[in-house]
Design a protein around this ligand. Structure first.
Ligand code: SF4
Length: 168
């Protein structure tokens, strides 16, 4: 929230939607649950995640990670037909390591997969706000930049560019 108590939205050039991160407060973790999948982590992220969990790296790796080919993913907990990330805190309804979550989680929902499938992004995440026209992303971002200066540039790991704007 900004001083005017208005939600900040994130935009990403080329995406036909914007994202309101304040929706995370109430959604209950749709993006951390659902179908089985992988949450890729780098070595640096593993160290940060272990630290956030108050664990040494070998114990963290042993307990929470799995090898998938040559890559490493956070493991999942199977609950009926739902798969939950092992770091999802069901009591809290959110990520137990939010400040140290990996780039894959930080960049959600601005994944290439959703660029061409905004309907799926919208169905999965209540923070996704579809733009009426495919060209709106740049126009809206430009309009917001003019109103609010350059906004707060948020650089995600892996050079994922995203810009915070006030408000849509
Ligand atoms: S690391 Fe955190 S944000 Fe990422 S899927 Fe797991 S619980 Fe969700």
């Amino acid at each position: 929230m900004n001083p005017m108590n208005q939600p900040i939205v994130l935009t990403c050039d080329g995406f036909p939607f914007v994202f309101n991160p304040s929706a995370c407060d109430t959604c209950g973790g749709y993006c951390c649950n659902g179908e089985s999948g992988n949450i890729w982590v780098t070595r640096r992220e593993i160290v940060a995640l272990a630290e956030a969990m108050g664990m040494d790296v070998p114990s963290f790796v042993d307990r929470y990670l799995k090898k998938v080919g040559y890559r490493t993913s956070i493991g999942e907990r199977c609950e009926g037909d739902n798969y939950a990330c092992l770091l999802f805190d069901r009591k809290k309804g959110g990520c137990s390591v939010y400040g140290a979550r990996p780039a894959q989680c930080r960049s959600f929902p601005f994944w290439d997969y959703f660029k061409e499938r905004p309907d799926e992004a919208e169905a999965e995440c209540p923070g996704v706000i579809r733009l009426k026209n495919p060209g709106d992303t740049d126009e809206k971002g430009e309009r917001l930049r003019q109103r609010d200066g350059e906004g707060d540039d948020m650089k995600f790991p892996g050079d994922f560019p995203c810009t915070a704007h006030l408000p849509i």
